[in-house]
Design a protein around this ligand. Structure first.
Ligand code: ADP
Length: 169
């Protein structure tokens, strides 16, 4: 009985480690760029130890914004959301690492910055849902989908940083 409990507890971690590294799409939204928060936001993911695989400053066209947020199409705030995301340049990023999707969501904090914990990006740097400075994919599947949507072939680098042996044993 003790054994089966133990197995149940450790199985999700085992499965996660077998699945290998995930990718997530992180984006500094136009308010983050206009407010000079690009370096600060990149820095949080860099310092955590995730691997940066793609990075660009980009003026998002309307059709791309609509495709990216297609699941929110029926929501009343959708037109304003598209206007916001296309209102100025964004910074697009692809980050890799085991568990990066969930961890990045934690680093980013709750959608409403007033409910986001202090220490998170939104908790520290924003005050309103409609100006919440950063996007992060909500699942590994969406991470892949969004990176493919925002980056062209050749814009993603496969590389091993010098610090790799000091991040993982
Ligand atoms: P998250 O970005 O935390 O994954 P959602 O996927 O629910 O959150 O929403 C996507 C984005 O749409 C939010 O980050 C925010 O910019 C915008 N948004 C969500 N809800 C609202 C709202 N009630 N009013 C205005 N904008 C909203």
């Amino acid at each position: 009985r003790r054994n089966s409990t133990r197995r149940r507890i450790f199985l999700p971690r085992l499965v996660a480690s077998m699945e290998g590294p995930e990718e997530t799409y992180i984006m500094v939204k136009p308010d983050g760029v206009q407010r000079g928060l690009v370096g600060e936001i990149i820095s949080r993911f860099e310092k955590k130890g995730f691997l940066l695989k793609g990075l660009k400053l980009f003026q998002c066209p309307k059709d791309l914004a609509e495709e990216h947020y297609k699941d929110l199409k029926e929501r009343p705030f959708f037109p304003k959301l598209i206007e916001y995301i296309t209102s100025g340049p964004v910074v697009c990023m692809a980050w890799e690492g085991a568990g990066v999707v969930a961890s990045a969501r934690k680093l980013i904090g709750a959608t409403n910055p007033l409910q986001a914990e202090p220490g998170t990006i939104r908790g520290d740097l924003a005050v309103q849902t409609g100006r919440n400075v950063v996007h992060g994919s909500d699942s590994p599947e969406n991470g892949k989908r969004e990176i493919a949507l925002w980056f062209k072939e050749g814009e993603i680098c496969e590389w091993v940083p010098a610090q790799a042996p000091w991040l993982r044993e």
